[in-house]
Design a protein around this ligand. Structure first.
Ligand code: IPE
Ligand code: IPE
Ligand code: MG
Length: 242
């Protein structure tokens, strides 16, 4: 029996490099990235994974050239329109994690519409938009202080984060070769497994996802305790040491 995979998260990186390799403007990479996102979402749902989170735009991505930011917001708006249209077909609850404040009023309204149209479904797709983990943590502590708390438990913090409706991610996959979190789910990733692939996000195939999931499934997750490797169990059945 492999590890259960309830929550998979993707840092969708490498769209710009994908376009550059083809001598195309970066925006074309983002467009291809949206296609991959749609396919990956369907594939993960077919695999029975109930929680999927994707990093779409970070609090630091505003530093990019204005035309690229505009193109990303435009793609997002188009995707939201499609999401609203296909709400019944997708059968997933779409949640936006991040600070919506700097987004346009039109985009904020689209987000509200998609969230309310899909709120009745159990399986969850989180789209991290203007998301930054440090900002999320600061906002969480501010919220707790506003509630009058002077002492917090870990559960209090969990409840105050954007991800309060989700278990912690089991597996975080980053494409395009970079081996960093870039301000993504710092608190929630305390015991996540990581997988880094050189594949650029638009090129990530379903077959590679299957092999990433298989790799994750075979890992030994100890959470600081002692757990014997499956093959070294005393009775040969992969029993756990206490
Ligand atoms: C990820 O691809 C998409 C976003 C950050 C919005 P990049 O645009 O970061 O692609 P690279 O890293 O430049 O190749
Ligand atoms: C992380 O990718 C953010 C998203 C994938 C949305 P970046 O491309 O922005 O990260 P850095 O700048 O390489 O760390
Ligand atoms: Mg990048």
């Amino acid at each position: 029996m492999g590890n259960e995979l309830r929550h998979i998260a993707f840092i969708m990186d490498g769209n710009g490099r994908w376009a550059k390799k083809r001598h195309l403007p970066r925006e074309f990479g983002h467009r291809a990235g949206v296609e991959t996102f749609r396919r990956v979402l369907t594939h993960c749902r077919d695999l029975g994974i109930p929680f999927i989170t994707v990093y779409a735009f970070s609090t630091e991505n505003w530093k990019r050239p204005q035309h690229e930011v505009d193109a990303l917001m435009d793609l997002l708006s188009r995707y939201l329109r499609e999401c609203l249209r296909d709400a019944k077909k997708n059968k997933a609850r779409f949640c936006f994690i991040g600070d919506p404040e700097p987004l346009s009023d039109a985009l904020k309204a689209q987000i509200r519409d998609v969230e309310s149209a899909t709120s009745g479904y159990d399986s969850v797709v989180n789209i991290a938009l203007n998301y930054g983990s440090r900002h999320e943590l600061v906002q969480a502590f501010e919220k707790l202080v506003r509630e009058g708390k002077t002492e917090f438990t870990e559960e209090d913090v969990d409840r105050a984060l954007y991800t309060a409706h989700c278990p912690d991610p089991d597996l975080i996959v980053r494409t395009a070769g970079e081996k960093r979190l870039s301000n993504f789910l710092l608190w929630q990733a305390a015991y996540a497994e990581f997988y880094f692939t050189d594949t650029l996000w638009p090129d990530l195939s379903n077959r590679e996802i299957d092999s990433i999931v298989a790799d994750y499934s075979a890992r030994v997750r100890r959470y600081g305790a002692v757990k014997e490797e499956p093959s070294s169990g005393a009775n040969g059945k992969g029993d756990e040491a206490s």
